[in-house]
Design a protein around this ligand. Structure first.
Ligand code: NAD
Length: 297
């Protein structure tokens, strides 16, 4: 078994790190929050006092941080990961960050002779704790092969999306689709209500017709048709509107820098901004149906 540095022990990282421990790896952990380090220490991890202390003498590094600026500073900053690790260490950034930052950090790692992947995840805190995340991985075949055994310990599906940055690209493209589809399903359900057509009937028909999609059949935004969806639990997240908004902003930035036209992605961002600003940032993203029903658009 290997020695792994894990940096970023928040809502997601704490569960992922615990799964690496359960798989038998020795873990060195670091976070700005000392309480998060202590919680992993209780489970058998070795605490570190800095990024460089965590990353010294390890076979692999996993990071799970909020945004691109944090990832850049932890890898490329003074006494950062790239300054510290020895050759042969595989680097995995599992944070959701902008494609350009992901490519910049991987280019710097490559220039330092190190293999690195961007490996953002789909699945929330429960999937992180349960080891059932889906990883979308960008990087060379060699880097992917080196990363896969570690990702296997934290996830159920590990997919090689392409070269550096392709994991982040897959993540934001998928979530832009999801946002647009959730709004489309919500609008149709609200229109059906106004027309006197029950949500269950529209669900029964559209789940067998051309409107079928995951937002309808697995995550239906009204209570009833899909008993496990957050609509049945007062829209408790699930996948918080604030997280969806972060991904839509990343999609807009990526569209601007690559010259892609994404009008519905941009409109979705505006609608999710209004929903989050109305006090719903922590609510599940499917609760946007309530804003649409009330006509507050
Ligand atoms: P979080 O805010 O709970 O955790 C981030 C952790 O990073 C915190 O503990 C923070 O103290 C630590 N940190 C920040 N800067 C640091 C630094 N310089 N050095 C060391 N530690 C530092 O966030 P999260 O919910 O765990 O999400 C992490 C990433 O995963 C984000 O990019 C998010 O978009 C993505 N993601 C989250 C979810 C989810 O449901 N929460 C789902 C999929 C993807």
């Amino acid at each position: 078994m290997a020695t792994v540095a894990f940096i970023g022990l928040g809502n997601m990282g704490s569960g992922m790190a615990a799964n690496l421990l359960r798989a038998g790896h020795a873990l060195k952990v670091y976070d700005l929050n000392e309480g998060a380090i202590a919680a992993l220490q209780e489970q058998g991890a070795t605490p570190a006092a800095s990024v460089s202390e965590a990353a010294t003498g390890v076979d692999a590094v996993v990071t799970m941080l909020p945004a691109g600026q944090h990832v850049k500073s932890v890898y490329m900053g003074d006494k950062g990961i790239l300054d510290t690790v020895s050759s042969g260490t595989i680097l995995m950034d599992c944070s959701t960050i902008d494609v350009d930052s992901a490519r910049e950090v991987i280019a710097a790692a490559t220039a330092a002779g190190l293999d690195m992947v961007d490996a953002p995840v789909s699945g929330g805190v429960a999937a992180a704790a349960g080891g059932t995340l889906t990883f979308m991985v960008g990087g060379t075949e060699t880097a992917f092969a080196a990363a896969k055994p570690y990702l296997d310990a934290m996830g159920a599906n590990i997919i090689h999306a392409g070269d550096a940055g392709a994991g982040q690209a897959a993540k934001i493209c998928n979530n832009m689709m999801l946002a647009i589809q959730m709004i489309s399903v919500s609008e149709a359900l609200v229109l059906a209500e106004k027309l006197g057509l029950s949500a269950q009937k529209l669900f029964d028909i559209s789940s067998k017709a051309s409107g079928q999609c995951w937002s309808l059949t697995s995550y239906c935004p009204v209570p009833g048709p899909v008993p496990t969806s957050p609509a049945n639990n007062d829209y408790k997240a699930g996948f918080a509107a604030a997280m969806m908004l972060k991904d839509l902003r990343l999609a807009r930035e990526a569209a601007a820098s690559s010259g892609a036209t994404t009008p519905l992605g941009e409109l979705s961002e505006k609608l999710y901004t209004a929903y989050a600003d109305a006090g719903n940032a922590g609510k599940d993203f499917s609760g946007i149906i309530n804003m649409l029903r009330e006509g507050e658009v």
